[in-house]
Design a protein around this ligand. Structure first.
Ligand code: NDP
Length: 244
């Protein structure tokens, strides 16, 4: 890739809100054509209407391999290629291990870990052809596990493992792989927590600091994918200044 995103084609998973939405806007502002995927199509269409020539709204459920393959195929059909995958879709259903509703574990593993693995698998032939890039949205929870966050952190540690193996397998073929590891970002992510104690803790945490904004993470993605071809930014850990 060159220094500009003009002519580059990006697919972003989980683009209907938060980090994915901000990243779609940031990459399209840099000239990229962006396919935006998620389950809430109304939100995607509202986003795509902001840059109709540059964005394509795609219904996508990353837990469904058929849906993933169809989204990649539609991206390539519509824009003619796929250069960059931003693997961002995720859910965080925080809660303690004892007494957990294990269907929430299944949902997180299916979405955050298996979903992102399926998406890499389906996108890789195109990325190899274009010497493209994979942006894996992990988390500080991909480096440090904490009480109440075991299953979510397990998915993000899993992403870290998969990402490093992927990097070793494709870097010689010119595909660059970067893990982005945000701390606390103000998004809808915590709204889905069902455990009342964890829900309250998330609200307290948000109120206690100047949180990151989705645009802060979008800026990190833009930085990573606009470096000269010889530069592979492999990992960006980015926390709010106020987060210990
Ligand atoms: P949001 O809840 O705003 O965004 C999550 C996105 O994932 C939504 O667009 C949602 O869309 C999508 N999504 C969820 N399930 C699926 C699915 N099965 N198929 C396709 N898309 C899906 O939260 P964030 O923007 O914060 O989260 C984005 C990523 O950033 C996640 O991977 C999260 O783990 C990570 N992250 C967030 C941090 C934070 O503090 N906010 C910190 C560190 C990492 P829809 O419901 O329409 O399908």
């Amino acid at each position: 890739m060159s220094n500009t995103l003009d002519g580059k084609v990006v697919l972003i998973t989980g683009a209907s809100s938060g980090i994915g939405e901000a990243t779609a806007l940031a990459l399209s502002a840099e000239g990229a054509r962006v396919a935006v995927g998620a389950r809430r199509v109304d939100r995607l269409e509202a986003l795509a209407s902001k840059a109709p020539d540059q964005m394509l709204a795609l219904e996508l459920d990353v837990t469904d391999q058929e849906s993933v393959r169809a989204a990649i195929a539609k991206t390539v059909e519509h824009f003619g290629a796929l250069d960059i995958l931003v693997n961002n879709a995720g859910v965080m259903l925080a809660g303690p291990i004892a007494g957990a509703d294990t269907t929430e574990w299944t949902r997180m593993i299916d979405t955050n870990l298996l979903g992102s693995m399926y998406t890499v698998h389906a996108a890789l032939p195109h990325l190899l052809e274009r010497k493209g890039a994979v942006v894996q949205v992990s988390s500080t929870s991909g480096r440090i596990s904490s009480a109440g966050n075991g299953a979510y952190a397990a998915t993000k540690f899993g992403i870290t493992a998969f990402t490093e193996a992927l990097r070793q397998e494709v870097t010689a073929q010119g595909v660059r792989v970067v893990a982005i590891e945000p701390g606390f970002v103000a998004t809808e992510l915590t709204d889905h927590i069902t455990d009342p104690t964890m829900q309250a803790a998330a609200k307290d945490m948000a109120a206690s600091m100047r949180t990151l904004q989705p645009e802060d993470i979008a800026n990190a993605v833009v930085y990573a994918v606009t470096q000269p071809e010889r530069v592979a930014v492999n990992e960006i850990l980015i926390r709010p200044t106020d987060q210990t």
